[in-house]
Design a protein around this ligand. Structure first.
Ligand code: CO
Length: 143
């Protein structure tokens, strides 16, 4: 079941500059940055309860965000729904004809598991489904 709007993600070409904007100009609290190797991204999370802003930037200059930034100067990249049972939500949506990017969930930030629904299944919007780690404190590797 989808239980929350977990975060809204913005692809940024200059992570440090974007972090300064969100912390100094907008006054949001930077929770931390994290390399998400499986997604080839560096993320920065700004909690804004009950959701968060996630800045996403290419890790080591490669990966899907790098490709995105070749075409656009930055922008709204995806929205993320929190799921309390990722397999059940995937099965339910697949039965309805939704296409996913990949067959299986992959590791996301904060020890979560994550999968993306193809934008062509959602009127052009990239939608992430994310199930948080059972104990996120165990994965508090954010720096
Ligand atoms: Co995300």
């Amino acid at each position: 079941m989808i239980t929350a709007l977990d975060h809204i993600a913005i692809a940024v070409p200059d992570l440090e500059k974007a972090i300064r904007r969100f912390s100094e100009d907008f006054g949001l609290h930077l929770e931390g940055t994290e390399d998400v190797v499986a997604a080839r991204t560096v993320t920065a999370f700004f909690p804004l309860p009950p959701t968060s802003i996630e800045l996403v930037h290419p890790l080591n200059g490669a990966g899907p965000i790098a490709k995105y930034l070749e075409k656009k100067p930055g922008g709204l990249h995806h929205i993320c729904f929190r799921s309390d049972d990722l397999e059940a939500d995937m099965a339910r949506l697949r039965d309805k004809g939704y296409e996913f990017l990949g067959e299986q969930p992959s590791p996301g930030a904060h020890g979560s598991r994550t999968i993306f629904i193809h934008p062509r299944s959602c009127d052009g919007v990239l939608v992430e489904l994310n199930q948080p780690a059972a104990d996120p404190e165990q994965h508090a590797s954010a720096s």
